[in-house]
Design a protein around this ligand. Structure first.
Ligand code: ADP
Ligand code: MG
Length: 559
């Protein structure tokens, strides 16, 4: 039998493919399973317009079988199969997608579930196999054919025996080398995990023979026997495609745990089915507590990204702004333009639209919580408030409007966290500014001499105990037309009832003040009489815009 040669370009392409397009070897299984799923979809779409064809869902499944002795991994489907010509055209010509052609021909019939489009996925099998055999019988044909290839040097096609319609792909798994492990692709548990990871939501059952140990009959306690049973490995219907009304909080919690989004329980979830300018499904979670590495460089933000139920990316960072980096979950969309490896997105217009949409949904969810579920919101704020304040500070031009309403600070008067909105709403009419005091802790701030005058007027003071607080506030500048004012700043904007003018105090004690400056040389710039002390004899005050607290933080930073 004459061996047909791949065209020269095809040879190079195949080599390139195998070595560079895919970053992980394990995705070969995702590609072969996606092809099998496509092949069954094609019968389904055909049946829609062909009355002589009946589509019985039970007849359609994928089977994955590993045999360690022969080092073979077999993927069988009951899909539409391939004729001799199709084997030649679809598997013999690299970068030719029969599925893309099918989609184009059947556009009107809504073939959007079909995954294939690039015509290279099949060859990813050569990342783990040094021989690939595809035996196929096409729907409506009584002959079967076998395509066989050892990689770049070509392929053969010959007549074969196959009883049922569909395709069987057999991979001869490579031997382990010093640098590369291949044995794992013959291990049941590993194959199951790969299927779960990438193909859990393929709409057809993916079956495997799973061997388990089971006690041998009753009475005999110690005796175990091995039983092999056929199991369906994938869950098929993704939770995000199910009706929200049929799902309970427990279902979402279980999904969160299953996906290992976190080791805590989610505080709240949001299930989105967007049907507007961009179509996508998403489930987002707010974790209850910050992961241990959350405030470190190691933490990687992002949502899982699926295209049509097939996992594309574990952590798509572009889907979340930094200030919502604590949000976990997934997005599934049919509208994404993927590149050849499916691991990169080609045109990010759709992705940007989804990201914007998601950002707004998260914002509304947080605003709603602040209003109606205060306790839950404060829990979240304790874990992630710093990130929100950081968001206000780092790109305030874009986010401050989004985020400032979500901030909470400790109120010296209410002795609890309040929002800026609540602060302003409670302001007495004659109060001009939003007052704050910055320091290490609420306890220390409560003893700060400068707070007395403000508090005595009946004005509330926000206590800033996070390094980032004052920086964030400087970015907001004013809230509802009220400026922020540090209780340590020069002019507090409070009318003093004092009749003894500080000027006379100043002139009367000129020598004393000069002596004090001399004594504290290098530590203070000047000593002045103050109008804002009551029970305390002395206080420190900053000149200019920077408060003492900010100066402390800035001078502690490396240059
Ligand atoms: P893509 O799936 O992007 O089209 P592949 O390289 O994965 O590219 O597959 C190439 C083509 O081979 C598919 O478009 C399809 O026509 C055909 N094919 C591959 N696997 C199967 C299968 N299991 N059953 C039927 N046709 C298949
Ligand atoms: Mg494919």
């Amino acid at each position: 039998m004459a061996k047909k040669q791949f065209k020269a370009e095809s040879k190079r392409l195949l080599e390139m493919m195998i070595n560079s397009i895919y970053t992980q070897k394990e995705i070969f299984l995702r590609e072969l399973i996606s092809n099998a799923s496509d092949a069954m979809d094609k019968i389904y779409y055909k049946a829609l317009s062909d009355d002589s064809l009946v589509f019985n869902k039970e007849d359609y499944f994928i089977k994955v079988t590993a045999d360690k002795d022969s080092r073979t991994l077999t993927i069988t489907d009951t899909g539409i199969g391939m004729t001799k010509e199709e084997l030649e055209n679809n598997l013999g010509v690299i970068a030719k997608s029969g599925s893309l052609a099918f989609k184009q021909e059947n556009e009107a019939k809504d073939g959007h579930n079909i995954i294939g489009q690039f015509g290279v996925g099949f060859y990813s099998a050569f990342m783990v196999a040094d021989e690939v055999t595809a035996t196929s019988k096409a729907l409506g044909s009584d002959e079967a054919f076998r395509w066989h290839s050892k990689g770049a040097d070509g392929y053969t096609i010959e007549a074969a025996e196959k009883d049922t319609v569909g395709t069987e792909i057999v991979l001869k798994i490579k031997e382990n080398t010093e640098d590369e492990q291949y044995d794992e692709f013959l291990e049941e548990y590993r194959l199951k995990a790969i299927i779960k990871k990438y193909s859990d939501f393929i709409r057809y059952p993916i079956k495997m023979d799973v061997t388990t140990q089971r006690p041998k009959g009753e009475g005999e306690e110690e005796e175990l026997e091995e039983v092999t049973e056929e199991q369906t490995v994938n869950s098929m219907v993704p939770i995000w495609r199910r009706n929200k009304n049929e799902l309970t909080k427990e279902d979402y919690d279980a999904f969160y745990m299953d996906k290992r989004y976190g080791f805590d329980k989610p505080l709240k979830h949001l299930h989105i089915s967007a049907d507007g300018a961009v179509v996508y499904n998403a489930i987002l979670f707010l974790p209850e507590s910050a992961p241990f590495d959350y405030y470190t460089k190691e933490y990687e933000k992002g949502l899982e990204l699926y295209s049509n139920g097939v996992l594309i990316m574990n952590k798509c960072g572009d889907l979340l702004p930094d200030y919502f980096s604590f949000v976990k979950g997934m997005v599934d969309s049919e509208d994404l333009s993927l590149n050849i490896s499916r691991e990169l997105l080609q045109h990010d217009r759709q992705l940007k639209l989804i990201a914007k949409n998601i950002k707004n949904k998260i914002k509304s969810m947080l605003q709603g919580m602040l209003k109606d579920e205060r306790e839950e919101y404060e829990k979240l704020y304790k874990a992630f408030g710093r990130q929100l304040k950081y968001g206000v500070y780092s790109d305030y031009g874009m986010n401050k409007g989004d985020l400032q309403d979500l901030l909470l600070f400790y109120s010296s008067k209410e002795k609890k966290l309040i929002s800026l909105d609540e602060y302003v709403a409670a302001m007495p009419e004659d109060q001009k500014y939003i007052y704050y005091a910055a320091g290490d802790s609420v306890e220390r701030l409560e003893k700060l001499p400068q707070t007395e005058v403000v508090a005595d007027k009946g004005y509330d003071i926000l206590f800033f105990t996070d390094d980032i607080d004052e920086f964030a506030i400087k970015m907001i500048m004013n809230y509802k037309e009220k400026e922020f004012k540090s209780v340590s700043s020069g002019d507090l904007g409070i009318e003093s009832g004092d009749d003894q003018s500080s000027e006379t105090v100043e002139t009367d004690n000129k020598e004393l003040f000069e002596a004090m400056v001399e004594l504290l040389a290098g530590k203070v710039k000047s000593v002045k009489a103050s109008k804002r002390l009551k029970s305390h004899p002395v206080c420190l005050s900053a000149e200019g815009d920077l408060s003492i607290e900010m100066e402390k933080i800035l001078s502690a930073m490396p240059d």
